[in-house]
Design a protein around this ligand. Structure first.
Ligand code: FPP
Length: 242
């Protein structure tokens, strides 16, 4: 990939289509999530091989909390299993695990295993793997606004000091660069409350592939498409700049 003009450091993925994948095979929806968890393993490994610096996965949205209890329970079980089984591989591959979202909404056992592995992998320097859990972009912005309001109330921040940079510092993972590329599987063309602040100038890539079918080759194809895009960040094309 082009590391000079347009580096691709951070890929974010809306992993969609697990349910449809299962239904198309006459299987219960949770089987789609099982296959989706395999795809997560594949893509994390591929991201290391392709030298990405950061991968952020929309694993459980704020709105997913309204799904039937047994489906949520299975998703939490898969998450715990993923964390447990993948820890040695993450450590071996220099993966640093992080989580963003309203984590206090998750079951306590999940939060404990997450925190344990987050601490164990904290020195990973190759790939930062961020799981968005109980995550909503609007909720993240509200939480940031609330923290700033508290700082104003305490007198540590003056309202006129609040600008984009200060606001962004209150987000869940302020040190993570904005995603360069956002992939959504299963053909839906919407952000679904994912990384709303951070995706302002992110390149979007939608593939009809359902998440359980997503492979390293699909990631490479998305990265190649990113390479063909011209990122202007609201400015005019480089060819017309002078
Ligand atoms: C969308 O499929 C996917 C999810 C709601 C959650 C993503 C979860 C996984 C990939 C599995 C476990 C995660 C980890 C990190 C191990 P959907 O159910 O909305 O699909 P549909 O739109 O076809 O119904």
């Amino acid at each position: 990939m082009d590391e000079g003009q347009k580096p691709l450091r951070h890929v974010a993925i809306i992993m969609d289509g697990n349910g449809r994948w299962a239904t198309a095979r006459g299987l219960p929806r949770v089987m789609g999530h099982h296959a989706g968890a395999q795809a997560v393993r594949r893509v994390v490994e591929a991201s290391c091989e392709l030298n990405l610096r950061a991968l952020t996965l929309y694993a459980f949205s704020w709105e997913n909390r309204d799904r039937p209890a047994d489906e949520i329970q299975e998703l939490m079980h898969l998450l715990e299993e993923f964390i447990r089984r993948e820890t040695p591989t993450m450590l071996a591959n220099g993966v640093r695990l992080r989580a963003i979202g309203r984590l206090d909404e998750l079951p306590a056992t999940v939060v404990e295993s997450l925190q344990r592995v987050i601490a164990r992998t904290a020195h990973g320097e190759r790939l930062t793997l961020t799981l968005a859990l109980s995550y909503g972009g609007r909720q993240e912005i509200v939480d940031a606004a609330r923290r700033l309001a508290q700082q104003v109330q305490r007198g540590t921040v003056r309202p006129e000091q609040i600008d984009e940079a200060l606001f962004a510092q209150q987000l869940y993972a302020p040190d993570l660069p904005d995603p360069d590329l956002l992939i959504r599987t299963s053909g839906e063309q919407r952000l679904s409350n994912f990384l709303l602040w951070q995706s302002s100038y992110t390149e979007l890539y939608v593939t009809p592939k359902l998440w359980p079918d997503f492979t390293k080759a699909d990631l490479i194809e998305a990265m190649a498409e990113y390479d063909r895009r011209e990122r202007r960040f609201g400015r005019i094309a480089a060819a017309h700049a002078d």
